[in-house]
Write a protein of this length. Structure first.
Length: 229
């Protein structure tokens, strides 16, 4: 898979205290918008075409892309009103060239090997594959459980966990598997698709213990600035 949807339409309400006047993915991290770190990582991983799902302050992101990436192959998909992660993915997937596509969050960097992740997804004939990050002593994320064959067994609610696998926000999706659910309009990819359909669809988890940062709250935004400088 050489094509990737980047979800960059969120309001970033939890980060407003640190970055009040920018879309979350444009928050400056070590002197560059965080989105620039994400795009550079994806390009380095062999992504050849980007589909940017934009909403809140989309003009700021579009201006940045035009200025900093004049030679990048990309499409912009605009949400006229907030559609949730699911609605944004469904709308963006209409612009995809292939049957399967990678999906990442514009405010998260999970530095996995995308080529092996794509191969895993295709070889397992998965409807959707999640990149899972092992974590210890956390309460900000829910936990994903998988069996020995990597099939997803359950999604557990956010609470304190001593250890577990979290959803790292990187997906490989067989587009038709989402389209045939009948989900439309505004919906959550995580709650309304993944958590609702994993018993009936072939959803897999691939564990990758590599660098992970989600800048969605001020503490982790500060950590990202430290990590990248």
């Amino acid at each position: 898979m050489k094509e990737c949807i980047v979800l960059a339409g969120g309001l970033g309400t939890r980060l407003r205290s640190a970055v009040p006047d920018l879309p979350k993915c444009m928050a400056p991290v070590a002197g560059k918008p965080f989105l620039q770190h994400v795009v550079d990582y994806l390009s380095g991983q062999g992504i050849e075409h980007f589909i940017f799902s934009l909403g809140y302050m989309h003009d700021v992101i579009e201006s940045f892309l035009k200025e900093h990436y004049p030679n990048l192959s990309y499409t912009v998909v605009l949400e006229e009103c907030p559609m949730g992660t699911g609605g944004a993915i469904l709308l963006s997937a209409m612009q995809a060239n292939g049957d399967d596509i990678l999906i990442v969050n514009g405010d998260t960097l999970f530095a996995i090997d995308l080529e092996s992740f794509s191969r895993f997804h295709v070889s397992h004939r998965a409807d959707c594959t999640l990149a899972l990050k092992p974590m210890t002593s956390f309460d900000r994320y829910g936990v994903v459980e998988i069996d020995k064959d990597h099939h997803i067994l359950s999604f557990r609610e956010k609470q304190f966990y001593e250890q577990g696998l979290i959803n790292g926000g990187v997906y490989a999706l067989h587009i038709a598997s989402l389209q045939t659910t009948g989900l439309t309009g505004k919906f959550s990819f995580e709650k309304d698709y993944l958590e609702a359909y994993y018993p009936s669809q072939r959803m897999m988890g691939m564990v990758q213990d590599t660098y992970f940062i989600d800048i969605g709250i001020p503490e982790d935004f500060a950590k990202a600035n430290k990590d990248f400088s």
